[in-house]
Write a new protein. Structure first.
Length: 282
């Protein structure tokens, strides 16, 4: 699954909500929504209400029914996709990574992380892995993977440890087992991931550039009429009361938004950055 997640990011589906759409793996009257996930049962329940809302509004372009599938398999089979819309999540269209330390830490900047340790989530996360790695590389800071908090790292590098959850990132820094942590600014302001008892002892030493929080994808080669109608339906969903329950179930998405030139350039840069991380770190 790790390789499939990287394929997803390279194709510009970021963190949070997101789906891929196809109509070629099934009869042309069937719209298939999928999502890259390790928990397809849960995400099936989140995708189905949106599919039930979208399909009746696609009849004018020949869509008669819908299906869901695991987007990891779908994208693997189709090989390519492209962005359709940006997704708002938690009131945010964009997010960034924050690097934080304990308030009593001597570390004051990103460059001062050299020789110290950094807790990250895992390689499937944009804000919890890709963006932190890119920031380190862009600042000429070498990275060295660690297997445990007390492992010896290469001198002058940042030793990074994958710890899984956002709460683990915060807990290891708070317990002084790791010198610094990194995750999204949304997680920084979410007590489910950063309890207030931890946050009051932390301070931010660096912020990454902003990137789109999530982007919805369609496969390359999808019927243009289907793609146009899907785009119209999703853009109008925020103003349609009937779409409310489906959007709420779809990862609490209040609205979809058009991709502007700035966002496209950002996604292109992120895709190039992914390749750099793979070449220089992994």
């Amino acid at each position: 699954m790790r390789g499939l997640r990287w394929c997803l990011i390279a194709c510009w589906l970021l963190a949070g909500a997101g789906f891929a759409v196809t109509a070629a793996a099934a009869p042309s009257s069937v719209l298939v929504l999928g999502r890259i996930s390790d928990d397809l049962a849960t995400h099936y329940e989140q995708l189905t209400p949106l599919l039930d809302y979208v399909v009746p509004r696609m009849r004018g372009v020949g869509i008669r029914r819908g299906e869901t599938t695991g987007a990891s398999l779908l994208l693997e089979q189709r090989g390519s996709s492209h962005p359709l819309l940006m997704t708002e999540s938690g009131g945010m269209r964009e997010f960034h990574t924050v690097f934080f330390v304990r308030r009593d830490s001597p570390i004051q900047s990103l460059k001062q992380l050299r020789g110290h340790t950094l807790a990250l989530q895992n390689a499937s996360y944009t804000s919890g892995y890709l963006l932190p790695m890119l920031e380190l590389l862009r600042n000429g800071i070498a990275c060295d993977a660690l297997l445990s908090p007390d492992a010896t790292q290469v001198m002058g590098s940042v030793g990074y440890l994958m710890v899984g959850s956002k709460l683990n990132v915060a807990a290891l820094v708070h317990k002084r087992l790791i010198d610094a942590g990194a995750f999204s600014n949304a997680d920084w302001d979410d007590e489910r991931h950063l309890p207030a008892t931890f946050k009051r002892d932390f301070r931010i030493v660096h912020r990454s550039t902003q990137v789109p929080r999530a982007v919805e994808m369609v496969r390359t080669g999808l019927d243009p009429a289907v793609q146009r109608q899907l785009r119209i339906v999703l853009l109008q969903a925020a103003s349609d009361p009937q779409a409310g329950p489906a959007l709420k179930r779809f990862f609490a998405t209040p609205a979809f938004h058009p991709l502007d030139d700035t966002s496209r350039r950002c996604l292109d840069a992120l895709s190039a950055g992914l390749q750099r991380v793979r070449d220089q770190v992994e």
